[in-house]
Design a protein around this ligand. Structure first.
Ligand code: DOR
Ligand code: ZN
Length: 354
């Protein structure tokens, strides 16, 4: 028996890591079959810093999207902001419809961030050019100052690196990616030009889940999952209907060998059950009426792209009597753990004819 059926506009993923080669082939079909837009992170090795590299990567993504990809699936390409990025090339790429914006990583903050920057305001002329051309800046907001406690690093970065830029260049559209604390929520609420993406894992897990009952490396990501208070505030923001907050999965696959290691790689692979997890949370919070705004409308509105016309039907089963797999294998046999199998036991979804 079905408990709930819900039709929503086709969702978007405003932040995802699709990698390359065998990993790309294995993970891209999940994103391409679920989401209309996917903003694809440029933290490959080497990073994607040019229009030519972004166009070639977009072609590889489309080739890997698989037979079940949505007809309107669109990889949205952002360049990695560092000294290699050439402003004229970025603006030409934007005019050609290849480049959407740029992503800033503080060097050393997370996976493949070594090529990132040490001062966001140091890129002022590039950021002003982006503002002039209407290109958004996507920010990994996390201090790399070794003197700052891990759980305070988002707040520290926002105060010392991001706020000065938001105030100096108010015309620049900014996204605080994968918000993990109230400091991230606050800067979004206080500035109309700033939006915030929120992940399924920051919505549903806290650091007690991560650390208290046997350390769980598959819940380790950057910015690290924070306290219960922060998680509850994030879930309230996502379910509130505030159009400044939208879905970005930050799905980030790593081989099992890198996750179950002496030094655990940061990243959670959630693309296969990304809709199910967020639907179950909104259901638990009595906020299913806010789901469409969060996953389908708010991001499109923030970025000034048209809302989807196509719809997706979500169904919640009364009995959780299926056991979705939590393992994915790439063609070369590499195992990747999948986040969210429990929620997937409740929910299913299907695209509806346009
Ligand atoms: O946990 C994370 N993993 N956070 C990031 O910012 C990068 C990502 C990755 O690429 O694995
Ligand atoms: Zn990411």
């Amino acid at each position: 028996m079905n408990e709930i059926t819900l039709d929503i506009a086709a969702p978007d993923d405003w932040h995802v890591h699709l990698r390359d080669d065998e990993m790309l082939d294995a993970v891209a079909p999940y994103t391409a079959s679920t989401f209309r837009h996917a903003v694809v992170m440029p933290n490959l090795r080497p990073p994607v810093t040019s229009t030519a590299a972004a166009a070639a990567y977009r072609d590889r993504i489309l080739a890997a999207a698989g037979p079940d990809a949505r007809a309107d699936f669109t990889p949205v390409m952002v360049l990695y902001l560092n000294d290699d990025l050439d402003v004229a090339d970025m603006l030409a790429g934007a005019a050609d419809g290849v480049v959407f914006g740029a992503k800033y990583y503080p060097a050393g903050a997370t996976t493949n961030s070594a090529a990132g920057g040490s001062s966001l305001l140091g890129f002022r002329s590039t950021l002003e050019a982006m503002a002039g051309a209407g290109l958004p800046l996507l920010v990994h907001a996390e201090s790399t100052d070794p003197g700052i406690d891990l759980f305070d690093r988002e707040a520290h970065f926002i105060e010392h690196q991001l706020l000065p830029v938001v105030e100096a260049i108010p015309e620049l559209r900014v996204t605080v990616e994968h918000i993990s604390t109230r400091a991230g929520l606050d800067i979004v609420r206080e500035h109309a030009q700033v939006g915030g993406s929120i992940t399924p894992h920051h919505l549903t897990c806290d650091r007690t889940d991560l650390l208290a009952n046997g350390m769980r490396p598959h819940l380790y990501c950057k910015p690290v999952i924070n306290s219960a208070e922060e998680r509850i505030a994030i879930a309230e923001a996502a379910t509130s209907g505030d159009p400044s907050f939208f879905y970005g999965t930050d799905s980030a696959p790593h081989p099992l060998s890198a996750k179950e290691a002496d030094k655990v790689a940061a990243g959670i692979f959630n693309a296969p059950y990304a809709l199910e997890v967020v639907a179950e949370l909104f259901h638990e919070l009595g906020a299913l009426d806010q789901l469409e705004g969060f996953v389908s409308h708010h991001g499109a509105d923030h970025y000034g792209v048209a809302r989807a016309s196509a719809k997706v039907r979500l169904t919640r089963r009364a009995d959780a009597d299926v056991e979705p797999t939590d393992a994915l294998f790439t063609a070369d046999g590499t195992e990747v753990r999948i986040f969210g199998a429990e929620a997937a036991a409740r929910w299913s979804w299907e695209p509806l004819a346009d």
